[in-house]
Design a protein around this ligand. Structure first.
Ligand code: ADP
Ligand code: ADP
Length: 229
């Protein structure tokens, strides 16, 4: 079964204040199989974040169809939301919230039972237990990333989307994130990650789609795709 099916997806951002409108996605069709680690590879500006933000329900598409576990996203937005956890690229956290508070709020938003216990469990998973009560503004970039990952996981989604999780991070954190992706995938989760590092896609992904100027220019299993490059 497909975890995600995307057909003819387009996104044109509206023109604002003198800036022209921008077509970020120009007819993207993709099928992400259940249980895959699926890589979206492409240079900056290719449209990767736009695609992820549409999946996450954060950006409205212009046209096309997105189905999650066979449910049309427009018809079942709540199902879609519950099925997906997104680790965003921007380290956007409330500076005066602690990791524990951040996760409890997130758990509340998703109706997760026993929010406090779940928050502590997930802080443990990402190695942030000792920072549970520190204000986010005191956390390093690496710790913020761990917290954003924890936020994405708190409602135990079946599909986990990571937007450039390792861009600009040190080796230790990259290895931690890779190990976490492998652990989640081994537990049956479908993973989508964007990257502009070919080596990362090669190392982590079963399938790779290459996006350029808002179009899928190649998509195959990783060995077949690499053989063609
Ligand atoms: P839309 O209403 O078309 O979905 P958004 O609400 O996503 O657009 O974005 C609002 C505005 O923020 C955009 O029209 C743009 O001016 C600005 N903006 C945000 N991110 C970017 C970016 N990466 N590049 C250019 N402009 C941006
Ligand atoms: P990537 O994640 O691959 O770097 P993005 O999806 O962020 O690509 O951006 C694709 C294109 O859309 C870029 O040209 C970017 O400037 C533009 N863009 C992204 N967000 C907005 C926005 N909110 N408003 C206007 N243009 C945007």
């Amino acid at each position: 079964e497909a975890a995600i099916e995307i057909e003819g997806l387009t996104k044109t951002y509206r023109a604002t204040g003198g800036a022209p409108g921008k077509t970020a996605l120009d007819g993207v069709s993709l099928r992400v199989p259940e249980g895959a680690v699926f890589g979206l590879l492409g240079p900056n500006g290719a449209g990767k974040s736009t695609l992820i933000n549409i999946l996450a329900g954060l950006v409205l598409k212009t046209s096309g169809r997105v189905a999650i576990w066979g449910f049309d996203q427009d018809v079942n937005p709540r199902n879609s939301r519950a099925a997906i956890g997104v680790m965003p690229q921007e380290l956007n956290l409330d500076p005066f919230f602690t990791p524990r508070q951040t996760l409890e709020v997130q758990a509340g938003l998703y109706g997760v039972p026993r929010a406090r216990r779940r928050s502590d469990e997930i802080l443990e998973t990402v190695g942030l237990s000792d920072k549970a009560h520190a204000y986010a503004r005191t956390l390093s970039g690496g710790m913020r990333r761990r917290l954003l990952l924890a936020k994405a996981l708190v409602h135990d989604p079946q599909i986990i989307v990571l937007d450039e999780p390792t861009a600009g991070v040190d080796i230790e954190l990259r290895q931690m994130l890779w190990a976490e992706v492998r652990r989640l995938n081994a537990a049956g989760k479908t993973i989508i990650l964007t990257t502009h590092y070919l080596e990362e896609a090669e190392e982590m992904c079963d399938e790779i789609a290459i996006i350029h100027h808002g179009r899928v220019v190649a998509h195959d299993t990783t060995p077949k795709l690499l053989a063609r490059l």
